[in-house]
Design a protein. Structure first.
Length: 255
């Protein structure tokens, strides 16, 4: 099937699979993936390999599974809005990932050339770049978040649009934190540190478990939105402290 002859809001009957014979309203249409999301029916997720260089795949994936468990109990309309927002987030954080990857190569080269001062200068510039990306993201989300969610989800349901737009608006100011986190983690790995950057992923896993068990049941989708940004702050703080104590970048002065 190359074309989907249904649209958001249509009532459809499932003709194959586990939910065969069930009917429901179409919440989201995804022609590129040749699939639809139907209200009240089984939700299927697929595994995606880590897309960021240096990401601690196993631990981060476990944290994502834990968070998804908390989201699944909030209803199909919330899931549809969240799914659309996450797709947009994956697109808009690309400038940060690209800078972190480039910075990793830069740090590695200057470590080989024994130029710690250039590493320090480069890291400051990357941190500043993250702030610039954040300002651009805030403006983009302020004026286009709801429209982008509507475009990606194909839905006109108010809950889908409101939750998706709120996710993007609340996350945008934290792009600077995410940029610092990514640049610092990749830089530390290029400096030869393997174990300490890994601990930042442990922070992420523990944080998501706490949110799922404590905050999401009480604050619902608002807690889902703030889960990752708050965890990013703790991860970034930890990684920056590790970076500031790196013996190559900040050698101790001889007495």
């Amino acid at each position: 099937m190359n074309n989907l002859h249904v649209k958001t809001g249509d009532n459809v009957m499932i003709i194959s699979g586990k939910d065969k014979g069930h009917t429901g309203k179409v919440l989201q249409v995804s022609p590129s993936e040749n699939k639809v999301i139907v209200e009240g029916q089984n939700m299927v997720t697929k595994h995606v390999k880590p897309r960021r260089q240096g990401e601690q795949g196993g631990i981060v994936s476990a944290g994502s599974v834990v968070l998804q468990y908390g989201i699944n109990g909030l209803g199909t309309l919330t899931i549809a809005g969240h799914t659309a927002a996450r797709k947009l987030f994956a697109f808009t954080d690309m400038p940060l990932i690209s800078m972190a990857n480039a910075g990793s190569t830069f740090v590695s080269q200057n470590r080989g050339a024994n130029q710690p001062d250039r590493v320090r200068r480069g890291m400051r510039q990357m941190y500043l770049y993250s702030v610039v990306v954040t300002i651009a993201a805030v403006f983009l989300m302020k004026f286009g978040a709801e429209w982008m969610v509507r475009f990606i989800s194909g839905s006109s349901e108010p809950i889908v649009l409101e939750n998706g737009a709120r996710y993007l608006l609340w996350n945008a100011p934290f792009y600077a934190v995410l940029g610092v986190l990514l640049c610092t983690r990749y830089a530390l790995q290029s400096l030869g540190q393997k174990v300490l950057p890994l601990f930042s992923s442990v922070i992420e896993l523990v944080g998501k478990v706490i949110f799922v068990l404590v905050f999401i049941p009480k604050f619902q989708y608002n807690a889902v939105i703030l889960c990752e940004p708050i965890i990013w702050c703790f991860m970034a703080l930890y990684l920056v402290l590790v970076y500031l104590h790196d013996p190559f970048v900040f050698p101790k002065k001889k007495k």
